[in-house]
Unconditional design. Structure first.
Length: 255
């Protein structure tokens, strides 16, 4: 048996007043515009996209002309998930999977095989040296895309082989964008804990400097994407990478 649940969603407009759907598409686009700006902690988005342009990007591949109030409610629920709107805003990046479609609270991305499934360890089916080099190059390309994204420098803070995969045409893509953050987002997370040394100022695989005189983590990011991605790069190139000394030496603020 299927149950249909009809509900209303309360939005907060730019003046701080509650607005209950159904609302106009113009009002909805302004609510979305402010929501994304706040979630990403990225003020320049206000100059980069008009409310209507941003809504068009997030609603793609659907046509705004046919957007209904029920569609607005479904999209609003999707936009509570950072990963979905990051997929949509970074859709032109080579190493970000494409959203193939969505309906209500659900969305689908292109099908991939994770690196865990593709036998990168000696305990699985062996991969050729050429394949390993190709994967490593693509990981380095992904690092470059993060550094030069249209949302400014992005930081990947949870790197593991299961968070990367290959599409049918052997293109490497990042599967989990929940822990990919703008610089200001990451700074907000990292400065929260108290500390006595730097290692206490970590957020997944990212880390900031500890101000030992006040026992507080700072907004100074110590890790960079290359250091974080080493986890996967070492897995792909092992044991060769182990023979290169200091290849991932800590370099503060180098992205």
């Amino acid at each position: 048996m299927f149950m249909l649940i009809v509900f209303k969603i309360n939005f907060v407009d730019e003046g701080g007043s509650k607005v209950q759907s159904p609302i106009s598409q113009e009002t909805f686009s302004k609510v979305i515009h402010k929501h994304i700006q706040n979630e990403l902690s990225f003020p320049p988005i206000e100059q980069m996209y008009s409310p209507n342009h941003l809504l068009k990007l997030l609603w793609a591949p659907h046509d705004l002309k046919h957007m209904t109030h029920r569609d607005m409610e479904g999209l609003w629920l999707l936009l509570q998930r950072d990963e979905f709107f990051k997929f949509q805003l970074l859709k032109n990046s080579t190493h970000i999977p494409k959203v193939m479609g969505f309906c209500g609270q659900f969305y689908a991305v292109e099908q991939v095989k994770t690196l865990d499934e593709i036998a990168l360890s000696p305990f699985k089916v062996r991969t050729t040296w050429r394949e390993k080099v190709r994967l490593t190059i693509q990981l380095l390309e992904f690092q470059h895309e993060l550094r030069n994204s249209q949302l400014g420098p992005l930081h990947h803070c949870d790197v593991q082989s299961s968070n990367f995969g290959l599409t049918a045409n052997q293109k490497l893509v990042a599967l989990d964008l929940d822990t990919v953050f703008t610089t200001s987002q990451l700074m907000d997370y990292l400065e929260q804990p108290s500390c006595t040394e730097d290692k206490h100022c970590d957020f997944f695989d990212c880390m900031s400097a500890c101000n030992k005189s006040v026992g507080k983590c700072t907004r100074k990011i110590l890790t960079n994407n290359l250091q974080v991605l080493r986890i996967v790069i070492e897995l792909v190139l092992s044991p060769v990478i182990a023979r290169i000394p200091n290849v991932f030496k800590l370099t503060p603020n180098f992205q």
